[in-house]
Design a binder for this molecule. Structure first.
Ligand code: PLP
Length: 400
């Protein structure tokens, strides 16, 4: 018998599978190029050639037992962690060493390690809606609950007033994500300062630490020179989760890291707990070959220009067709206001035009839809007439 505990996940998953199967079905009928699949956050830019070269070089140059063996420490290779620390210090003026870094199996495992390390069962995490749907599942993995802070649907910047009201005696952490999935907004230094002040005051009021868990897989995907401030500089009790899934287009390789600053409360215990959490959750250590690749390719960047071109073309096309959306400053998503109240119904209508998009309901923010523009530029250009027809159909429906 399957555990009852898992049945809600099984049922929830069928919606994603249905979307995937629908995409395949439509592609068979209309041809792949006539189906506009904006449903997944899978990078459309290939990994830089340096990554493939590094894999070949490592296999040639380094000892096979070392490259493919268990790591001595569950936190990962010492030299790789040192390289990550130096890279962060050069970029952000921080003072990390290898001791502050834990290599992880992507951001997803990093978040699980962070929650296991910081949050006890029965405690509460808060996240600003709209948020990456897995946060709720990750909290539940550790017996914690996730509560959604209502969205500011005008700017999609964090709703700090609502946060302040919601923090209570059970609150242990706030998960933030900038550049954001699904809105593409970036949190400014000013916003982070205010957030840090609220959490400092509330930690004092309740006599316990309230942490920030900063989920940053899109850190490198920022446009027009917008700054993505480094959160540990604003608040000591911050754990940063990073991944190369998007920044080097390596989501299947499962590689990332956590940063625990030395200034956080009870650092010595926290870093040991995170190291052990990596093991007892069954990750053991981050994939070893790809740890070494990441260290060699740490200065590499993805083709941000390609995503930027998509961003501009899609935004212009949609606004011109009458859609409303906050202009994204980062990541590769747009969070568009559903032109009808029911976002699920709107996604169903969009599918009739071969457009596959995800309802805002899946991000704890109904009334909107997410469009992932990590697709070919041709898909963007060719989809605009379909988006226009969709809007036209909705307007005609309203007039009747
Ligand atoms: N956090 C956010 C906001 C994401 O969008 C994703 C993946 O799409 C993840 C975490 C998980 O990333 P990873 O593939 O590094 O586990």
């Amino acid at each position: 018998m399957t555990a009852k505990n898992m049945m809600p996940y099984v049922e929830g998953n069928s919606a994603i599978r249905a979307m995937f199967e629908e995409g395949n079905r439509l592609a068979q009928i209309y041809g792949k190029e006539n189906v506009y699949d904006f449903s997944l956050g899978n990078p459309s830019v290939p990994a830089p050639e340096e990554v493939n070269q590094a894999i070949r070089d490592i296999l040639e140059e380094e000892d096979s037992l070392f490259v493919h063996g268990y790591n001595n420490s569950n936190s990962g290779y010492q030299d790789v962690r040192q390289r990550v620390a130096e890279h962060l210090n050069a970029l952000h003026g921080t003072a990390f060493t290898a001791e502050n870094i834990i290599m992880t199996v992507g951001a997803a495992s990093g978040l699980n390690v962070a929650i296991k390390t910081l949050v006890d069962p029965g405690e509460e995490l808060l996240a600003f809606a709209p948020y990456f749907v897995e946060y709720g599942n990750y909290a539940a993995n550790h017996g914690a609950t996730l509560r959604a802070v209502p969205a500011d649907t005008v700017t999609f910047q964090p709703n700090l007033e609502a946060l302040e009201e919601m923090i209570g005696p059970a609150t242990r952490a706030v998960i933030i994500n900038s550049p954001n999935n699904p809105t593409g907004v970036v949190y400014s230094a000013e916003t982070l300062k205010k957030l840090a002040q609220i959490l400092t005051d509330k930690s004092e009021e309740f006599g316990r630490e309230i942490y920030i868990i900063s989920d940053e897989p899109y850190r490198e995907l920022a446009y027009d020179g917008v700054e993505v401030p480094y959160v540990t500089k604003f608040y000591n009790n911050t754990v940063v989760g990073y991944s190369w899934s998007k920044s080097l287009s390596l989501p299947g390789e499962r590689i990332g890291y956590l940063v625990l600053p030395s200034e956080m409360t009870d650092f010595e215990n926290a870093i040991q707990a995170a190291n052990i959490a990596n093991r007892v959750l069954g990750y053991v250590n981050a994939p070893t070959l790809i740890q070494r690749v990441a260290a060699r390719c740490i200065e590499c960047t993805t083709d941000v220009e390609a995503y930027d071109r998509n961003r501009k073309a899609l935004y212009e096309g949609l606004v011109d067709a009458g859609y409303e959306c906050v202009y994204p400053e980062g990541a590769f998503y747009m969070f568009v206001k559903s032109p009808i109240e029911d976002d699920v119904e709107f996604c169903a209508k969009a599918k009739e035009h071969n457009i596959l998009i995800v309802p805002g309901k899946s991000f704890a923010c109904p009334g909107f839809v997410r469009i992932a523009y990590c697709v070919s530029h041709d898909t963007i250009v060719n989809s605009i007439p379909a988006f226009r027809d969709l809007m036209q159909e909705i307007k005609e429906g309203e007039e009747q």
